[in-house]
Design a binder for this molecule. Sequence first.
Ligand SMILES: NC(=O)c1ccc[n+]([C@@H]2O[C@H](COP(=O)([O-])OP(=O)(O)OC[C@H]3O[C@@H](n4cnc5c(N)ncnc54)[C@H](OP(=O)(O)O)[C@@H]3O)[C@@H](O)[C@H]2O)c1
Length: 289
Amino acid sequence: MDYKYLSDTGVQLPASGLGTWKYTGGIEPLRTGIALGATFIDTAESYGTEEVVGRAIQGKRKALFLATKVSPRHFRHAHVMTSAEASLRQLNTDYIDLYQLHWPNYTIPIDETVGAMEQLVDSGKVRFIGVSNFHVRDLRNAQKAMTRHKIVANQVRYNLIDRSIELGLLEYCQQQSITVIAHSPLATGLSNIMARDPDGVLEKIAKHRSKSAAQVALNWCISKPGVVTIPKSNSVEHVKENCAAADFQLSGEELQLLETKIRCNRRGPVEVVMRRMARHALQLMGRNQ
Ligand SMILES: NC(=O)c1ccc[n+]([C@@H]2O[C@H](COP(=O)([O-])OP(=O)(O)OC[C@H]3O[C@@H](n4cnc5c(N)ncnc54)[C@H](OP(=O)(O)O)[C@@H]3O)[C@@H](O)[C@H]2O)c1
């Protein structure tokens, strides 16, 4: 397992952790991952998987880095506090390593939400504050609202077929020393990458390297400075594979082939603004996630 620093905290995270959205594998795959060094587990109050994570980590808590998220509908100060308490209970622990704002909520002042997050750090219930799905503007606003702690991570979609963050966000995070946690690093399923790889370069490189296609796809993400991944798998075999995804280095030529031959999306500034407005409109209608 390869490790990367979480921002400038001095804490090291495995480059390949364990995601748990739609996770139904029970405790075995998680325990296998932990044993192989994937000591960073990501969940969220909205996933319904905090409880299984809580069971999987019993007896190993000190060696682990646990990340969970508060949903935008709970961004009022009092609700952040209640959500954090509920997550602590579900996870069966007395502290959360990284507490993340799951999505921006444009209907609640960010100062209020961030104030609650900082209070949680002061009380020792949370070690570090992170955000998720924040664009540069959202991130700047949140950073400005912080009074005594820092945002150390932004969890965003990043994989071989969705490279939108390369249009400014990745660079901003790298400059600000904000770790990028790449969610959906396998594009929610390898077949989605294959469908955009007409020349089959992913499989060709995997075969040449005696690695799996998933390992090459994860390794591509990990090759970027300041980026770690959190693939999700219900399968012990896949978890083992993913835990070894950082154990080699793709060459410059291989990276270039992946980047030029696999067709990817990059949402530009106009689409980002449109999506932001759509989210804001839904939130005004009371449909916060
Ligand atoms: N912050 C957010 O808004 C957000 C959004 C989405 C996801 N996330 C986080 O990111 C994590 C990962 O993203 P994701 O769950 O969307 O998708 P993902 O990790 O990109 O892909 C998961 C899919 O890949 C398969 N898979 C995993 N390892 C494999 C391997 N070695 N070989 C072949 N197939 C493999 C899994 O199947 P098996 O289970 O059968 O192995 C599953 O179908 C989530 O679990 C969650 O923690 C966060």
